[in-house]
Ligand binder design. Structure first.
Ligand code: F6P
Length: 322
């Protein structure tokens, strides 16, 4: 087995804090092992157009603490087509790049899988705030997003208590309730509405009223974006409870900011592991944080059934917000 000589790295899908740390690790560990590392700009869109250049040690200086991705990112429709995939693979082959590290969500992993079928070695790194990638307990960016929500809600609490109001706070996560559940439990939300568990607004209202009768003067309800339309939830809740409420949609602010120490560490360790497995000649793998370790697992796991929902954590959140 001859040692790998050239690899490329790209970020794809929604950006996530900690991606820069992962890019830095891939570049520096690659160079440390005498591998040429190419940075691909604008995700698969850029790859199809051949937007890449060789990265040096200095290319990744002073980025580890910055949010976003220095490589830029995009969601590529063309990469879902056979011709797009062939163009992308050809761009890599023209430069004799043998392997690609893809940092992104499961859509990005699909692109990687298609390149693998065309002869490119691929490794996927879970980069998304949503924590919705099957096969890893954590994704790069999730912890920072949860911290951002916690920080924002603590500010909302000031105005909520002053006006004695109920706030509905919408958080991101697509069809995954992890940001909502973790942040909701961390801030002691009165209710947490997530796509994984059906909810009854009569019960939510009952809990609210119970709280107010007991002397609570404000309430925070965290609503995952996948749980339903927040404006409908808000008006129905007003109707059944007779209480006024306000809606705050945190939106893309959850994707920004410096990575937490955990996300920075995940980026560094996962990026390092990606280069390690490529040196070992492995391909079609994902790097996962699994059972408190950073390990490689078959990429196909990411396309399988969802990891079991953390019912215990959800139950605990409810028990604490009695
Ligand atoms: O996947 C990350 C994410 O931020 C989701 O939480 C959200 O639903 C989506 O991306 C928003 O996408 P866009 O950046 O295209 O608005």
């Amino acid at each position: 087995m001859s040692k790998i000589q050239k690899i490329a790295v790209l970020t794809s899908g929604g950006d996530a804090p900690g991606m820069n740390s992962a890019i830095r690790a891939v570049v520096r560990k690659g160079i440390y092992h005498d591998i040429k590392v190419y940075g691909v700009f604008h995700g698969y869109e850029g790859l199809i157009r051949g937007e890449m250049h060789e990265m040096k040690l200095g290319s990744v200086a002073d980025i580890v603490h910055r949010g976003g991705t220095i490589l830029k990112t995009a969601r590529s429709e063309e990469m879902y087509t056979e011709s797009g995939q062939k163009k992308a693979a050809q761009q890599l082959m023209d430069k004799e790049i043998e392997a690609l590290v893809v940092i992104g969500g499961d859509g990005s992993y699909r692109g990687a899988q298609s390149l693998s079928k065309l002869g490119i070695n691929v490794v996927g790194l879970p980069g998304t705030i949503d924590n919705d990638i099957v096969g890893t307990d954590l994704t790069i960016g999730f912890d920072t997003a949860v911290n951002t929500v916690v920080d924002a809600v603590s500010k909302l609490r000031d105005t909520a208590t002053s006006h004695e109001r109920t706030f509905l706070v919408e958080v991101m996560g697509r069809n995954c309730g992890d940001i909502a559940l973790r942040s909701g439990l961390a801030i002691g939300a009165e209710s947490i509405l997530i796509p994984e568990i059906p909810f009854d607004l009569e019960e939510v209202s009952e809990k609210l009223l119970r709280g107010y009768r007991r002397g609570k003067n404000h309430s925070i309800i965290i609503v995952a974006e996948g749980a339903g339309n927040i404006w409908d939830i808000s008006s129905k809740l007003k109707e059944v409870s007779g209480l006024d409420n306000r809606v705050t949609i945190l939106g893309h602010i959850q994707r920004g900011g410096s990575p937490s120490a955990l996300d920075s560490l995940l980026g560094a360790t996962m990026g390092g592991k990606a280069v390690e497995v490529l040196i070992e000649g492995k391909t079609e793998v994902m790097i996962s944080y699994y059972n408190n370790q950073v390990i490689e697992r078959p990429l196909s796991i990411a396309f399988g059934p969802r990891d079991p929902f953390d019912q215990k954590l959800y139950d605990l959140a409810n028990e604490l917000a009695i």
